[in-house]
Design a protein around this ligand. Sequence first.
Ligand code: GLU
Length: 436
Amino acid sequence: MTVITRFAPSPTGSLHVGNVRTALHNWMWARKHGGRFLLRIDDTDLERSKEEYVEGIRADLAWLGLDIDGEQRQSARFALYEAEFEKLKAAGRVYACYETPEELEIRRKILLSRGLPPVYERKPADAPVPEGVAPHWRFRLDQGAPIEWTDLIRGPQHFDPKAMSDPVVRRADGSWLYLLPSVIDDIAMGITHVVRGEDHVSNTAAQIQMFRALGATPPEFAHEALLVGTEGKLSKRFGSLGMAGLRADGIEPIALVALLARLGTSDPVEPVTSAAPLIDAIDFARFGRAPARFDEAELALLNQKILHHTDYHAVAPRLPLAIGAARWNAIRPNLMTVAEAAEWVPVFDGPFVPPVPDAADRPVLAAAAAAAPALDWDADPWHALTAAVKAATGAKGRALFLPLRRALTGRDHGPDMAELLPLITKDQAIARLSFS
Ligand code: GLU
């Protein structure tokens, strides 16, 4: 069996981290099994769906490295839905309804006031049909047996169809609700695994009957616990900015992938530089039932950790020309984002004006300026320089290293000076040490 998964967003907005997580898990599952990952654009709502969002979804998936093996759009498949709908109608599994929303609301309140579940009450077969009213359509649930499946994350699931309302599948104007087209497509595309948020669990119960009514075996389901932000819900910032905002903040796509792959699972979040080890290890049995907590600070920290061992060639096209492999290796432990690398160019090549040294530090700098010209810059100049200054002034430890670091880099902290100094030209270094 070839594993086929799909990501099925509605193009009525930009992707946020919650959608991306679902897309990621579907993609990982397909890749783990050498299967296929499809993008299905759920654009049955022609009014709210926008082309710019479709393009944004494609761009975001590409940025994240979630390559797709095919794309379908529901708006191009109405003829198929019509044909399948006719089959269900002929089989009596969908039926016309004429109630107004107001009538339904009144019935609901009456049932609730009697302490009964507010389940839709079917009309008798011989109920009068109002004239001149276009019907909407419901799927007739088979109430004969419980609906059961073993969810890959939630385990055994059990629904009593008698406690469920026959779901509306088509509006009076002929437009489709989400439930039925999704099932028709999952069948047509041979979807084997549906990975989605647990807010869809009760939809799944109805959809399992739709698969069977259309003569298909339902796929496997994995319903993941929802993603929440540090304050209980996903922050507005991430909701509204989405991937573009993260990209602008310097978040690497692999950092987001690394975090979202493992968040809410019993596997640790690790600073990987490729998705391969995450794909190998994905296992829905290790996904938790509690909401997964998404923390922007955790993402920023993970991003930083990943940069620490990101190879030069992976980022070279995004670096200033002046930052070559050795310079990248020297500065990467100190970067929060790749863009910050540009701040190091003047430290290497100037223009750079060292801070005015404290009076107490001047002897160290003077000794360094005197010793530097004679040093071989190709042979560990930092250790030679500090040894010479120590011999000349008796300074050691912080009193030796800090004035030199400050004069040479303008900062109190930063990369290992032994690695950094050979990457600054000797003339630049001497000029910085020679305060006036
Ligand atoms: N368009 C649906 C949604 O975004 C798809 C759900 C599904 O995966 O079936 O919720």
